[in-house]
Write a protein that binds this ligand. Structure first.
Ligand SMILES: [Ca+2]
Length: 125
């Protein structure tokens, strides 16, 4: 099944340029999404396997330059579980109602998103 996505970006703490998005599909490859200048998020995820319940994670992230923890920083995560057992149509509308997780890599009082927005180091001082 091909999954086509198009929705308005969730309201997040800041509009700093550079925010990206991807769809993680448990049991299938990640799917890159495009965050457009008008805040629309769009993407086409080909070959999503059907036939069972499947977990989707919408991840907003940014690329950062740090010496630890890798080049991408997860900012906000929305979760959705969809039962595709009876899915026979080639089209699925996926709605993420809200953000479920604000990752906090360094475990301090500020989320990655807050630190990315205000320019502090999300992976330590
Ligand atoms: Ca933090």
């Amino acid at each position: 099944m091909d999954l086509s996505l198009g929705f308005r970006r969730h309201e997040l703490k800041c509009d700093r340029p550079g925010m990206q998005a991807k769809l993680q599909i448990i049991g299938a490859p990640d799917c890159a999404l495009t965050v457009k200048d008008d805040k629309r998020v769009e993407g086409l995820c080909a070959g999503v396997p059907t036939g069972q319940e499947r977990q989707f994670r919408l991840v907003y992230f940014a690329e950062i330059q740090t010496t630890v923890g890798g080049p991408t920083l997860d900012l906000a995560v929305a979760l959705k579980s969809v039962d595709l057992t009876e899915q026979t149509r080639q089209e699925l509308v996926l709605v993420f109602d809200r953000i479920d997780e604000f990752p906090n890599d360094d475990g301090d009082s500020a989320s990655n998103l807050e630190e990315w927005c205000n320019g502090s180091n999300p992976r330590g001082s």
